[in-house]
Structure formats: C-alpha cells, structure tokens
Design a protein around this ligand. Structure first.
Ligand code: ARG
Length: 580
C-alpha cells in the first residue's frame, strides 16, 4: 500500500474514533501556503450529523493531533482542515520505498484488458495519423500493467479494405504471369517479385489509376470482394503482400516501442462472419435496407441520429463494422476480457458507438465493457492534420526522420562516442516526439513544432532524458567512490521536502491517469518531479558534502527520483540513452 493511501486510512481511523460513521478524502492542498494536504469533508458531515462544520473540523483535528502524523493541523474558513506532515513520516516514507519504487504504487484489482490500437493498414505506409493511436495505446497498456492488470494487445491491421483490391489489381497488371493469376491455380507456393520498398509506390500508383478509371475501380472492388470470400488466388497473394508489409510496419512500431501481443487483422475475423450472421438472424436483429443487411440500433432515448449498422452491402461485401463486430465475438470467445479498449482517432467514435450497441444487442458482451478511447490529431501550423511541404500525407517514417535529423545535428561529439551517435539521436528524437504527444489530454489536438519538442530547456522529452542521465551519472560517481547510500535519515526541509511531497503524490497521479485513460497527467507529473529535483540538485553540492549522513540521505533521495523517472519513462515507452 502506498504511503498516501495508508495516511488516508490512518486519518479515517481517527475520524471513526471521533464517532463519525463516514469517510473523509485526503487530497493534495490547492493552498500550499496553508498546508500540504487538506480534508474538505466537514461541510458535508455537518449536513449529515446536524452539527456546526467548524466544530466537526475541530473534533477531527484533536484526534489527528494525537496520531503524531502531522506537524500542524489547522482549520480555515467554513471548516477546511489543512495538514502539514511530520518530518518522521517523510523520512519513513523514503525508507519504505527506497529499494522498490513499485511500493509507491497502489495496485488495482486485476482485470483482463484487451487493447486494440495502432491500426496500421496493410500495403499502405503508416502516416502521421497513426502516431497517436500507437503511442497512446502503448502508454495506456503499460500504465494498466503497472497498476496490476493483465493486458492483451492487438494491432488490428486494416487488411480487408479496398486497398487490397487496388494493390492486387496493380500487381496483376505488372506481373500477369504470376502463378496465382493462372487458370486453375491451386494454391502452390511462389516467390513475390517485389520488395517492401516497392509497396510504398504500388498502392499510390494503383490508387491513382483506379480513381481515374471507374472500370478499374470496379475491378478492384471485385477483387476485394473475392478476397472476403476466400478466393485462392487473391488469398495467397494477399497473404504474401501482408507478410511483406507487416515486416515494414513492425519496424516502425518497434522504433516507437510499441509491442503488440498479436499482429492480427480484420481478415482474421472472416471465419466468424457467416456464423455471426446466422446468429444475428436467429436473434431477429437483421433487417434489409435498400438491399443491404443491417442492424437497426436506434433507441427511443437517442438525442442524435443513429444510423443502422451495415453488415452486408447489397453486392454482398462486408464492411468495417462487419469485421469489428465479428472481431468482438472472436475476442470474447478466445480471451473473455473484462474490458476492450480501442484507441483510434476521435473521428471514428460514431462507428464504435454503433458497433458497441450492436454487440450489446446481440448479447456478445454480457459482462465486458467496451470503450472507444478517441484521440485528437497532430496538426500542422495551419491547425489541420500535419502534411508534407508539398501538401501530401506525411508518412510516419518521414516525421520521425525530420525530428531525428534535428536531434542528430545537436549531439555533442565530445560526450557521445561516434559509434553511439545514431542510436542516441534516435532515442532523443523519439523521446521528443512521444513526450510531446503525451502532454496534451488524449482528446486534444496539438501542433507539431520541432523546436519546441526538442528544446533541452523546455517541458520536453530531451529535458527529461538529460536530467535523468545526470542523476544516473551522480549515482555512478558515488558508487565508484564506494559510497554507501542505504540510509535515509536527514530531511533538511528545504527543496528536499518538496521532492518528497511530490513523490508521495505518485499513486494518485497514476490512478487519475488510469481513470481518464490519458497519459497527460503522467507527462505533467514527471516534468514536475524532475524540475523540483533539478532545483534541489543545483542548490546542493551532493558529492562534496562533508556530513556523511546528509550526503547519504541526498544520494538516496536522488536514487529514488532516478528510479521513479525510469519507471515513468517506461510507461511512456521512452528509452534513455547512456549519455547525451
Ligand atoms: N485501420 C484503422 C485505421 O487506419 C484503425 C483500426 C482500429 N481498430 C479497429 N478495431 N477498428 O483507421
């Protein structure tokens, strides 16, 4: 149990001793001039117990004074209780968590959470729009794990849409002699005549052709349809293209530190679709609308238009909602999770609302919570989704390269060995990009600003890395001197107190981030902790301090901040270089 939680418990025991059969909430003070923490429940208690709130606050104060937990308990205004911790509580706190920062976290009751994020599309390049769902999904997964949940993650590839038809049509025009295009093809193996670089060009070329010629577009649609019906030729070809494309996609996800348990896709749900349609039919949920098979999901309480979920188009083709609904059925059968989280652009929220309703109506998720965690976009200076100079869609690779180049040029060759320069620049670049992406609330859009993101003195990834590396180097130097820093005993009550009060808040921050399903709280917190520690670092000459006990205490404190930072950087999927 974290110190913060245990303080809350001890306070409530005191409240009980006062004769109240109710609980108070310990919160961080928003008036630090009056106290470090506060309890604002006396006014609520006054109504329940028909007493004067100041009197209630005084009764609680008397009992709290007896606990010895507080150096000062004071009452303000209508009955606000302000608290300032005793020094020994903070000293004990450090000694309790110094060997394991995880003991400063409150684990939650473990659930199985299935996360669907990333959402790359096969045979198409990852673009800027894929950054946030990947990043946010990964961060939420790591946060959930840190808090004790079991997670299963799937990238859920977009592999059954029209791009399949377009790419395979283009392949047919370039390589008509491929075995799979021969009459009577029986599934025998063959080598794909392209490499992954070719894919970057095949889809755009094919797409342009199809958009200029309706007959080609129709052909592409037909191929897509055939793929959905297990056509041997297209199935084999598309499997090969998928493998090639996924290898490429995976490289970018690896860079971003996104590791998915599953690299499955829309197509994996195909085998569930026929039975699902039968089942929905038996449950009387299907209706026909202009030749299409749909589920009407309207409810009397709707305040906005709720279009029906289209499962089979009039030409027999399946849609995005069809595979998503079948995938829910599949995930329930295979993993039976307590919750399924989808991280995608906010603009997909209607789609998910529709699919979730259909899933509930069909009884597929009796005890499972489905959540769409929408994300805002990464915009250019014009406030619209970030584009290339030429105005085209910017690939994620290009975006990373831009920020990498900026970081590479700033590396100090006296500090970083030549052989580590590229790796270091990449780590800094990704820290810059990922941290900037986590800072705004999940649903909020933000503007790409390379100077701001990479500024070593700003609220940035590079600042956090630089500061964390500096603590590490301090700890290394102390270890080289064989200095023992096991015991924390002296609190000087200057900036060290602020550092400890900030550390004490960690469990609340993590819980709040989990509640809001947004890492922004964590991003703000690590900056706050790092800045306060840096102030402490600049005020004290730690290594040359002559009082051995004080030096030891400062080093223990530094190690605690270092380990906490590493834990938080890990939640954000940010790797720290050795030097920078
Ligand atoms: N491939 C989709 C896209 O690029 C995202 C997929 C999200 N997940 C899902 N189950 N629909 O927008």
């Amino acid at each position: 149990m974290s110190k913060f939680l245990s303080l809350g418990k001890q306070i409530n025991e005191a409240v009980k001793r006062c004769g109240f059969d109710d609980e108070v909430t310990l919160s961080i003070s928003n008036r630090p001039d009056l106290g470090e923490f506060q309890i604002n429940d006396a006014m609520r208690f006054a109504k329940i117990y028909h007493k004067n709130p100041v009197e209630i606050a005084n009764t609680i104060k008397e009992e709290l004074d007896k606990t010895g937990l507080f150096k000062e308990v004071s009452i303000a205004g209508a009955g606000f209780i302000n608290l300032t911790l005793s020094d020994n509580v903070l000293v004990d706190f450090v000694n309790e968590i110094k060997d394991d920062v995880n003991s400063n976290i409150d684990k939650m009751e473990a659930k199985t959470i299935f996360l669907d994020y990333g959402g790359a599309n096969v045979a198409k390049a990852l673009h800027v729009g894929h950054l946030r769902p990947a990043n946010i999904g990964e961060g939420l997964k790591r946060l959930a794990k840190t808090l004790g949940h079991k997670t299963i993650s799937d990238v859920h590839l977009g592999d059954s849409g029209l791009q399949a038809g377009i790419v395979m049509l283009e392949m047919k025009s370039r390589f008509p002699d491929l075995p799979c295009f021969k009459e009577g093809y029986n599934g025998e193996d063959f080598e794909l005549p392209i490499v992954k670089e070719d894919l970057k060009e095949i889809y755009p070329t094919g797409s342009q052709k199809a958009h200029e010629d309706e007959a080609l577009m129709e052909e592409a649609r037909k191929i897509t349809f055939e793929l959905q019906r297990d056509n041997k030729c297209y199935n084999t070809l598309w499997n090969k293209i998928t493998a090639l494309s996924v290898a490429d996609i995976k490289e970018t996800y690896d860079l971003l530190n996104c590791d998915f348990d599953l690299y499955e896709g829309e197509r994996d749900s195909f085998k569930y679709i026929p039975d699902m349609l039968k089942d929905l039919e038996n449950k009387n949920l299907l209706t026909k609308s202009e030749g299409a098979t749909v589920i009407d999901i309207k409810q009397d309480t709707d305040t906005k238009e709720m279009p029906p979920v289209i499962l089979v188009k009039s030409d027999g083709a399946y849609l995005y909602a069809t595979t998503d609904l079948a995938t829910i059925k599949e995930r329930m059968e295979r993993f039976n999770p307590d919750e399924i989280w989808y991280v995608t652009d906010l603009r997909q929220s209607l789609h998910f609302e529709q699919v979730f309703r259909a899933a509930k109506m069909a009884g597929y998720v009796p005890n499972t919570e489905l959540r769409h965690l929408g994300n805002g976009t990464l915009n250019g200076p014009d406030g619209k989704p970030f584009k290339t100079r030429a105005g085209g869609v910017m690939s994620l690779e290009e975006l990373i390269k831009m920020i990498y180049d900026a970081c590479y040029s700033r590396i100090n060759d006296d500090i970083v060995e030549a052989s580590k320069k590229e790796d270091t620049a990449m780590k800094i670049a990704l820290a810059a990009l990922k941290y900037a992406d986590y800072l705004p609330y999940r649903e909020t859009d933000y503007i790409f600003d390379i100077n701001k993101f990479t500024d070593l003195d700003g609220k940035t990834g590079p600042y956090l890395l630089y500061s964390t590396i500096r603590i590490k180097s301090l700890l290394n130097k102390a270890s080289e001197e064989n200095f023992e820093f096991n015991n924390y005993s002296i609190l000087t009550n200057k900036t060290d107190r602020e550092v400890l009060l900030t550390l004490l808040q960690l469990p609340i921050i993590l819980n709040r981030a989990y509640e809001s399903k947004s890492i922004n709280e964590v991003a703000e917190y690590i900056y706050k902790l790092t800045s306060i520690y840096n102030k402490f670092y600049s005020e004290n000459r730690i290594l040359t301090e002559e009082n051995a006990e004080l030096k030891a205490s400062w080093l223990v404190l530094s190690k605690l901040v270092y380990n906490t930072n590493m834990m938080l950087l890990n939640i954000m999927g940010i790797n720290c270089p050795e030097k920078m």
